[in-house]
Write a new protein. Structure first.
Length: 402
């Protein structure tokens, strides 16, 4: 097997996923293309050497449909010989795309490939692609389908996380993210987004709410109470988990991941390809794994995926210097840290999606990006990146700085 190395990684800032967000006027194809162009330009990359582009996109319809990876590469001015494919593993799509690129390198079928993702949540609404799991009553009933917010509240109920516990985690995420932004921890990877006339539309993440306090969050009403009680999803969750008498709804928007727009891209290659292009490898992709987990609770996959990749790579949790887990909901991270017996000072050290937002198809590549930058900044060696996934899955990747 050939080693796969991360040669470079870029992302745009994340814009608020609303019509008044700074990235709303920028189409998803343009977001993806600007990211690919930046990856090329800052490495003086001859794009004829790129064997494939894989982009995650969770809602691949409308402006995000029709194989956005291939078209984005063409719009970015890549050589027409470069193919592209769109991938959907829900929230882990961006990371799975990088893993797919790495697998092509490791197998010898590619010398250089790009993995990444894009999601314009202000322009293409989450869930607008439909799907039998949620909308076919026969499938939904058979699988005990509930929306993710109910799953997050179910985790909190089973584990005993109170509203104060999850809010405290969210406040710390905001504090860490604000500190990281103010001190330039994201600067190496972020490229500004430009509008149609070449003016900078957004140069830094705009979803953050610096200075958020426990008192601020306490004013917010839980987001999923009506969905659970009036729409009947609490009853469905309790049928699947009969040990629970009542769902404790503790997640408002303030301790859940933010809806945002944004793309990311990661250049992966063999050492031989890196030498040919003159690009110095930044990290080695040690290994990766994806698993399936119980689909009603849905969000508990990261621990199982992490254990699998650690075992596959002959490593232990103590071998990992930094951990990045997507902050889909506060209870997801709290459960993960408990299951893996992790110290909070090694997990999401620059905050996460609660503070910065979660552009579904891109987030996996973004958090990999952040982990790599932080390893370099702290002069550390290894990081594990993982995400929970809709329908009950988990994906995890280990990287080692070189």
């Amino acid at each position: 097997m050939t080693d796969a190395f991360i040669l470079d990684a870029v992302r745009t800032p994340r814009g608020r996923g609303r019509p008044d967000g700074s990235l709303h006027p920028i189409t998803p194809i343009e977001l993806a293309a600007q990211t690919l162009a930046a990856l090329r330009d800052r490495n003086a990359l001859d794009t004829k050497l790129v064997d494939d582009v894989t982009f995650g996109c969770v809602t691949p319809v409308g402006e995000q449909g029709a194989d956005i990876a291939r078209v984005a590469a063409l719009v970015a001015g890549y050589d027409e010989s470069v193919p592209g494919k769109q991938l959907n593993r829900f929230c882990a799509s961006g990371l799975e795309s990088v893993n797919t690129a790495a697998a092509q390198i490791m197998s010898g079928s590619s010398d250089m490939a790009i993995g990444g993702g894009v999601e314009s949540m202000s322009r293409v609404a989450m869930g607008s692609d439909g799907g039998a799991w949620a909308i076919d009553p026969r499938v939904a009933w058979q699988q005990y389908f509930v929306p993710q917010g109910i799953s997050a509240d179910l985790i909190a109920t089973l584990d005993g996380y109170t509203r104060e516990t999850v809010d405290a985690y969210a406040v710390e995420s905001q504090r860490r993210a604000a500190y990281a932004q103010q001190n330039g921890h994201f600067d190496r990877s972020i490229i500004p987004v430009k509008d149609a006339i070449g003016e900078v539309a957004l140069a830094k993440d705009e979803y953050l709410r610096p200075g958020t306090t426990m008192e601020d969050l306490a004013k917010l009403k839980p987001a999923f109470t009506q969905m659970g009680e009036d729409a009947g999803f609490d009853a469905v969750a309790i049928m699947r988990y009969p040990q629970v008498e009542q769902i404790n709804h503790v997640h408002p928007a303030g301790n859940s991941s933010g809806i945002v727009d944004g793309p990311a891209a990661v250049l992966v290659g063999r050492k031989k390809a890196a030498r040919k292009t003159g690009i110095k490898p930044r990290a080695r992709i040690v290994g990766f794994a994806s698993i399936g987990s119980e689909p009603t609770i849905m969000l508990t996959g990261p621990a199982a995926a992490s254990r699998r990749v650690l075992k596959r790579c002959g490593m232990k949790p103590s071998d990992i210097d930094l951990w990045e887990i997507n902050e889909a909901f506060a209870s997801v991270v709290l459960r993960f840290m408990r299951d893996m017996e992790l110290s909070p000072d090694k997990v999401n050290v620059n905050g996460g999606a609660i503070a910065l937002g979660h552009p579904l198809g891109a987030t996996g590549a973004i958090v990999l990006n952040i982990a790599l930058d932080e390893l370099e900044r702290r002069n550390l060696s290894t990081a594990l990146v993982t995400l929970c996934i809709g329908a009950g899955m988990g994906t995890a990747t280990i990287i080692e700085r070189v």
